[in-house]
Ligand binder design. Sequence first.
Ligand SMILES: [Fe+2]
Ligand SMILES: [Fe+2]
Length: 191
Amino acid sequence: MPDTASPAAPPAATTPTTPDFSAPVAPGLVWSDALSLSMPVMDQTHVEFVDLLAEVQAAPDGRLVSTWQALIDHTDAHFAQEDRWMLATGFAPGSCHMTQHSVVLKVLREGLQAGMQGQLALIRQMAHELTLWFPHHAQTMDAGLALHLKSVGHDPFTGELSHPDALPAQAINGCGGACGDTGPGTQKEAA
Ligand SMILES: [Fe+2]
Ligand SMILES: [Fe+2]
């Protein structure tokens, strides 16, 4: 390491960048066009998610668990909607995007249980981590799904496909390249 810092440099452990999970904070994530996937139904759901997450981060202790519960309820429906779209357009059950939804929801529910037992800082920490996780998820897995849905002409209201000929010949286990296709059945062989 080309470290020529002076011996007087402070130790890393004292850097003041550790988030404070003991109190409400300003929203760590706000909606912007950068998060838009040009798919109105998906975007609307994502706007709602961002707003609910901001409510969690701003909630005083007395409202933290209830706002977290509201975020979980919304996220359950949000993920279920995307899972339905995937299953209707050629993704295999348990493909990597669905698996990530399932894992994230499980963790959020564990946070709820801990929060109900008074561990409010854990909810605040998870909310902070969601502000980092969501943009990445939206811009990779959800973006890949949106492109796929457009390619098959999926109508989110009726479920009809205007280009059924574009459906994949084989079930998709990965995320169409959005996640490195590391889902079951598509894992790369060890080099
Ligand atoms: Fe999403
Ligand atoms: Fe998703």
